[in-house]
Design a protein around this ligand. Structure first.
Ligand SMILES: Cc1cc2nc3c(=O)[nH]c(=O)nc-3n(C[C@H](O)[C@H](O)[C@H](O)COP(=O)(O)O)c2cc1C
Length: 219
């Protein structure tokens, strides 16, 4: 095994960097209100490149991305969202739920980029390593890639909004992907109208962040 790091020395992550990394995590947001301005040329590919630096089971890199450019396809996705959303809202009463729903719809309508994210459940890459007993590791791997994109995008002042109130099989049909791809996420991507360090759902009183002690156990 070569240890030449392709000729590059390990970087020094100093205190300043660590502080900025914290800032990045604190200021990352699920964005719901986008400017309609297009992303800078090459920005979406820059963001996607970061997915390929993510960890994945067996180095299988099972994430698959489809840029949804067609207005007709976007409309079909929005229609599916509205249908699923109506069904989801039956479980809730009151104004907060309606607000929650309306916010995401605004994102779908305004964001200049739409990205459908899938996982290839039978990738050649990785030769099956590490996923015999837990095949869902491929799904988890895809989510790690998504998280890297989310943070990198934020550093470039680009916001991402995650939409999951969709019918996965319907999305697969609309986007026309192979049957062995599972739907992971539909992302709205664009410049946010506002930058904030507080999750929207905390602001509207739906759910605040909890602290570490609440969910960390010791044995
Ligand atoms: C797996 C996953 C699915 C999500 N699906 C939705 C969704 O369908 N609608 C929505 O409004 N937000 C969705 N979100 C965003 C969360 O609401 C958001 O991350 C959470 O409220 C915390 O806010 P923050 O991301 O700004 O810190 C999703 C986030 C994740 C990780």
């Amino acid at each position: 095994m070569s240890d030449d790091n392709r000729g590059i020395s390990p970087p020094e992550f100093d205190e300043h960097f660590i502080q900025r990394l914290d800032d990045l995590m604190v200021w990352r947001r699920d964005v719901r209100h986008f400017k309609t301005d297009p992303l800078a040329p090459g920005m979406l590919d820059d963001i996607l490149d970061r997915a390929y630096l993510a960890p994945s089971v067996g180095n299988s890199q099972p994430w698959r991305f489809v840029k949804i450019n067609s207005p007709a396809l976007r409309t079909q996705i929005i229609e599916d969202f509205m249908e699923c959303n109506d069904a989801a809202l039956h479980d809730y009463a009151g104004e907060t739920a309606k607000l929650y729903a309306s916010l995401k719809l605004a994102g779908l309508q305004d964001a200049p980029e739409h990205l459908a994210v899938f996982v290839n459940t039978a990738p050649e890459e990785g030769l099956g390593l590490g996923r015999k007993t837990m095949p869902e590791m491929l799904h988890y791997s895809t989510v790690t890639a998504l998280m890297q994109m989310w943070l990198y995008a934020r550093a470039r002042h680009v916001g991402i909004g995650w939409v999951s109130i969709l019918n996965p099989e319907r999305v697969k049909t609309i986007v026309d992907v192979p049957p062995h791809w599972d739907f992971i996420s539909y992302l709205c991507i664009g410049y946010p109208q506002q930058e904030t360090n507080i999750p929207t759902l905390e602001k509207v009183g739906w759910q605040a962040r909890v602290n570490r002690e609440k969910f960390t156990q010791e044995r």
